[in-house]
Design a binder for this molecule. Structure first.
Ligand SMILES: [Zn+2]
Length: 304
């Protein structure tokens, strides 16, 4: 499989690449109400925490739950259409819902609740990486979104480890700037919308480069981006000012396309994947991807 890079060249990826049908399975995003009701149950160290209401049913009763599947089936029927296609849950719907603050058009899948970044990442994983070839891989997933983590866990061969600084639903709580892993220990890293929260993101990137397997390992990174140079200022701590400048009260910066240079400085070879350039305008619109982008990174060879 070859895919276009930002500089107009094309990058060949090693390993077998194929499309697979994604089996329908539970994995509904927990509702805010459910998350409020159940946090105490998740705070048990060492247990795999149920990621959604259906998994909680199974956890409590030992029997599979029909709740998420039924909810999804109802939403699938209610939103059925041809204009939009969700790459995460395979639903074909009339439209994606508005979402965010400020609201974005065409953002959220009404069936599985995936956002633009999830749909681009899943499409890229399916079409351009060897993740589905059944080989055993250690996958390190930062800030594991339920919509994604459940699906990644079910890929044959994938040993999924969800980590987060604070979220009790993660398998492990850790600091991205001090990873408790040996050099080159992780085959795949997925890190989406994390670094804009991290004060020393350069240190975090060096840690990611250190733990990534150097010859065949790869990483997918996503950050909020804008068409201007990266804006960061550690003295800005007022939540309202952070929202105004960086887009969210707990963001410490907003990245521009110079983010690529920051990745290269940390020891990565980088391919910028722009949804519209990669898929074409028509397919990008069909998957509701707008201006979404991701960064595909491998370790820069030592002799480079
Ligand atoms: Zn969906």
């Amino acid at each position: 499989m070859r895919f276009p890079l930002a500089d107009g060249t094309r990058l060949a990826l090693s390993g077998s690449v194929r499309r697979i049908a994604i089996p329908q399975r539970p994995g509904a995003y927990p509702s805010p109400r459910f998350r409020e009701e159940a946090p105490g149950r998740f705070a048990v160290q060492g247990l795999r925490k149920p990621a959604d209401a259906g998994a909680m049913d199974a956890w409590q009763t030992g029997l599979p739950s029909l709740r998420p599947a039924m909810g999804r089936a109802v939403r699938r029927a209610r939103h059925l259409g041809v204009a939009r296609h969700c790459s995460v849950c395979s639903a074909r719907v009339r439209a994606f819902a508005r979402f965010g603050d400020p609201e974005r058009e065409d953002a959220r899948c009404p069936v599985c609740h995936s956002l633009e970044r999830h749909r681009l990442a899943w499409l890229f994983l399916e079409r351009c990486t060897p993740l589905f070839d059944g080989r055993r891989r250690e996958l390190l997933h930062f800030a594991p979104e339920p919509v994604f983590a459940e699906r990644l866990r079910r890929i044959p061969g994938v040993q999924h480890l969800g980590v987060d600084l604070a979220d009790p639903r993660a398998d492990l709580r850790l600091d991205i700037t001090r990873l408790p892993f040996a050099d080159g220990e992780r085959d795949v890293i997925f890190c989406s919308h994390v670094l804009e929260h991290v004060p020393d993101d350069r240190k975090a990137l060096r840690e990611l480069a250190r733990v990534l397997e150097p010859s065949s390992g790869w990483m997918i990174l996503q950050v909020p981006l804008r068409d201007a140079p990266t804006d960061e200022d550690p003295t800005v701590t007022d939540p309202a000012e952070r929202t105004r400048r960086f887009g969210q009260s707990d963001h410490v910066r907003v990245y521009g396309w110079d983010f690529t240079a920051r990745l290269r400085a940390a020891g990565f070879d980088v391919a910028e994947i722009h949804a519209r350039r990669w898929l074409g305008a028509r397919d990008a619109a069909r998957y509701g991807l707008a201006d979404e982008a991701l960064f595909y990174c491998t370790r820069t060879p030592d002799d480079a």
